[in-house]
Write a protein that binds this ligand. Structure first.
Ligand SMILES: Cc1ncc(COP(=O)(O)O)c(C=O)c1O
Length: 425
């Protein structure tokens, strides 16, 4: 029953690969009375948000956009604002999300050429390079790539793809990247990698509820907007370009979400993006140690594809992964990610992105270990949790000591208070 979990002791631990835990600072920041989105000082909120999004996408030259939508709309925004009906795009399909973007592109009238890749592998850079090399007439207008395939826990090498397209071949196709489960968690460098459109969403590394599609367009992609004829209205970046420059939106924004985005980006930028990436690596590595100690395999077929935001764990053929997820939720109050379509029942997924720490991951692994044993899997109690525990212990840095509020030095010594004894009444 929806809401049932609210009365469960403790809390529901959310280890699906998005939505993720929302930090207290973000929850508090969103808890505001409704504000006037046309107020003269509203741009003081909006302009720094857009500037800081550029920092998260790691671009100096790009332009960021905030849409009241989700990652799926982000896919459409990327395509519909840069291409025209019938344009050819090239993509690779190796999981549910790379499949869904491919499907959306077809449904909005693009001519999609797909390279099929076994689920568990990532973007085939060499095959894409070969295909682009053969495209002497530059009929391929865009290469569409899923950076982190959330369904299989596979991260692809976008730097290598960008290099192949832009430096080696000098092919003019735009590079569009789905960073929904990578941006703000693992390394993503828009300018350095030659990404033209980056798509993300609020409910994963940004640690917010779902509801914002966050995008960034390169100058080349912005130029492509001028000639693109795909139908668009609500998703047209031009309306945002026209209003964002003054710090407003073309329609009513969700101000609490913007306040939350402010708090979430403050957290990310205060921690430092490189530290955020390093933290995600450590947390993921602990999960991988556990998987190995349990004697199980990950869905990604080679360490080069491993994802630091989500691990998809393959269960033996005699077990239904849905059973593990069911037990984990109902008995231990933790939410895991399910296997989707091709891998339904074969894998379950642990999300380790966003507001997580060693101890939170130990909770996840403890819950998973218990649920797997309950589901009849031959897992030695304490094996995975023990391996993760030792990894986290041996690599933990002390939590930086809380320094307290900044000491403000007053030039004058504080005036001594006169303490006049109260007169007895
Ligand atoms: C890699 C990836 N792309 C796109 C999406 C779709 O995003 P949304 O559900 O916010 O529309 C998801 C959702 O989980 C995802 O993981």
């Amino acid at each position: 029953m929806p809401g049932e979990k609210l009365s469960f002791p403790g809390r529901n631990y959310l280890f699906a690969p998005g939505p993720t835990h929302i930090p207290n600072q973000v929850v508090t920041a969103m808890s505001v009375p409704q504000e006037d989105h046309r107020a003269p000082d509203f741009p003081k909120l909006v302009k720094p948000l857009l500037a800081d999004l550029n920092k998260i996408f790691r671009t100096k030259k790009g332009q960021s956009f905030i849409f009241p939508a989700t990652g799926t709309a982000g896919w459409e925004i990327a395509l519909a604002n840069t291409l025209s009906p019938g344009d050819k795009i090239l993509t690779a399909r190796f999981g549910q999300f790379s499949h869904l973007w491919f499907d959306l592109a077809k449904r909005i009238g693009l001519d999609v050429e797909v390279i099929e890749v076994p689920w568990g592998e990532g973007i085939p850079v060499m095959a894409i390079k070969k295909r682009l090399r053969a495209d002497k007439e530059h009929k391929i207008k865009a290469v569409v790539a899923c950076h982190n395939e959330t369904a299989t826990g596979v991260t692809s090498d976008i730097a290598a793809l960008g290099k192949a397209m832009k430096k080696d071949l000098k092919h003019p196709a735009l590079l569009m990247v789905d960073g929904v489960s990578s941006v703000a968690s693992i390394e993503f460098r828009m300018d350095d990698w030659g990404v033209d459109v980056a798509v993300s969403g609020s409910q994963k590394g940004f640690m917010l509820p779902a509801g914002l599609a966050l995008l960034c367009f390169s100058q080349r992609a912005l130029t492509a907007r001028k000639t693109s004829t795909c139908p668009k209205c609500f998703l047209d970046i031009q309306d945002h370009i026209n209003t964002n420059k003054d710090g407003f939106f073309p329609y009513t924004p969700s101000v609490p979400m913007l306040r939350g985005l402010r708090a979430s980006m403050d957290l990310l930028l205060d921690e430092g993006l490189d530290n955020v990436y390093a933290r995600h690596f450590r947390l993921a590595e602990g999960v991988r140690k556990a998987v190995k100690a349990w004697g199980l395999q990950t869905c990604n077929t080679s360490p080069k594809w491993r994802s630091d935001t989500v691990t998809a764990i393959v269960v033996p053929p005699s077990v239904n992964a849905a059973e593990v997820i069911h037990i984990a939720y109902h008995r231990y109050n933790i939410s895991l990610g399910a296997g989707l379509t091709q891998v339904a029942g074969k894998v379950f997924r642990i999300g380790h992105l966003g507001d997580n720490s060693d101890v939170r991951m130990m909770a996840a692994l403890g819950g998973v270990e218990m649920a797997m044993r309950d589901a009849g899997m031959r897992i030695k109690a304490g094996s995975g949790t023990g391996a993760a525990c030792e990894y986290y212990r041996s690599t933990a840095k002390a939590i930086p000591a809380f320094k307290g509020p900044k000491a403000t030095k007053s030039k004058r010594a504080p005036a001594k208070r006169k303490t006049t004894p109260r007169k007895a009444k």
